[in-house]
Design a protein around this ligand. Structure first.
Ligand code: AMP
Ligand code: MG
Length: 326
């Protein structure tokens, strides 16, 4: 008999079972090229509410709706401006999310009551097959408990949600969430992501980055105001230029776990070091798994990287996870 939950290989039978579960309003976790998603029928308010409850996600933080083809978009967005077409032609399927005016049929539960909806077409074959098989757009935030690091393997999903049905697609390609852009009079980058701002600006030169809101300010994108991606212990983030301070902190805290780009690993001879990779892309791919490394209590010391390309995204995630920034 087919299992109803747990980690399963994405066979044709498993995809049929997962699509049936989604149609019944049940959540299913699935791989994308960014991180694992916790999917629900985006047009079913009760199914979406279940996802918020499972994650413990604040109701005002809207979800991204995933589609398998542009035809599906017609059920979701009211307008499709030229800039949307330009960006979708260049980056879809892929890790780019576009925020556009929504249609009435999109439940408020998905958009946190906003008049816009965030949409994207993922590039992962299992994600696309699941959406096609179910025939419904899938609202899917990252498949982690709210505030925890995003899952980049099926095992991470099972850590946060034991027994949940997870389609296993192996480790994710980017390991960082999608880049979120709102199109309108002033195109804005709402969340740095797997596609660097520089690549988007080549097509939309007027695109600017929205600033993270300070205490009490209204956020352009609700997700910007939440602390996020936090491991289960203190995280001290050192900017790339503060290597000497980090070396000293590692000497003073022999029990600390050090996360750093591969090139800096030899600077911490006495510490337990998790090298994150040589390029910003590699650091991004390995970051969330490293933040889940188990060793309660002792601080994590993390060396930042330059804010170029995907480095901007890596630093955004680290700043939101940090308990202290040096
Ligand atoms: P997550 O589901 O955790 O990957 O987060 C989705 C991100 O997209 C959050 O930062 C949300 O604030 C943002 N987002 C989703 N829908 C909208 C919207 N309609 N307007 C602005 N930001 C949005
Ligand atoms: Mg998330």
């Amino acid at each position: 008999m087919a299992r109803r939950g747990g980690i399963v290989r994405p066979t044709a039978a498993a995809l049929r079972g997962a699509a049936a579960a989604l149609t019944r309003g049940e959540p299913v976790a699935f791989p994308t090229e960014t991180v694992y998603g916790l999917g629900a029928n985006a047009l079913d308010a009760a199914a979406v509410a279940r996802v918020f409850a499972l994650k413990g996600r604040p109701g005002d933080n809207p979800l991204i709706v995933h589609v398998s083809d542009r035809g599906m978009l017609r059920r979701l967005v009211r307008v499709w401006p030229p800039a949307a077409r330009l960006l979708a032609d260049a980056f879809w399927p892929g890790p780019l999310t576009l925020v556009l005016p929504k249609r009435r049929g999109v439940p408020d539960a998905v958009t946190g009551g906003l008049g816009t909806v965030a949409v994207r077409m993922p590039a992962h074959p299992v994600a696309l097959a699941l959406i096609r098989q179910s025939g419904i757009p899938l609202a899917a935030p990252s498949a982690n408990r709210s505030g925890r690091p995003s899952p980049t393997t099926a095992a991470h999903v099972a850590q946060d949600f034991p027994g949940l049905l997870v389609l296993d697609g192996g480790p994710t390609e980017h390991g960082l969430e999608s880049t979120v852009v709102v199109l309108g009079e002033r195109p804005r980058l709402l969340r740095p992501g797997a596609i660097p701002l520089e690549a988007l600006r080549r097509l939309v030169p007027s695109l600017t980055a929205a600033r993270r809101p300070r205490e009490g300010e209204i956020a352009e994108s609700p997700g910007m105001k939440y602390r996020h991606y936090a491991p289960d212990r203190p995280l001290w983030l050192f900017r790339a230029s503060r290597l000497p301070e980090m070396e000293e902190a590692a000497r003073e805290n022999p029990a600390a776990l050090v996360l750093c780009p591969a090139g800096a690993a030899s600077r911490f001879p006495a510490a337990r070091v998790v090298p994150l990779g040589r390029t910003a892309e590699e650091v991004g791919r390995n970051l969330f798994a490293a933040l889940r490394t188990r060793r309660r209590g002792s601080p994590l010391l993390v060396l930042g990287i330059p804010r170029r390309g995907v480095g901007r995204t890596v630093m955004d995630r680290l700043e939101r996870a940090a308990t202290r920034i040096v």
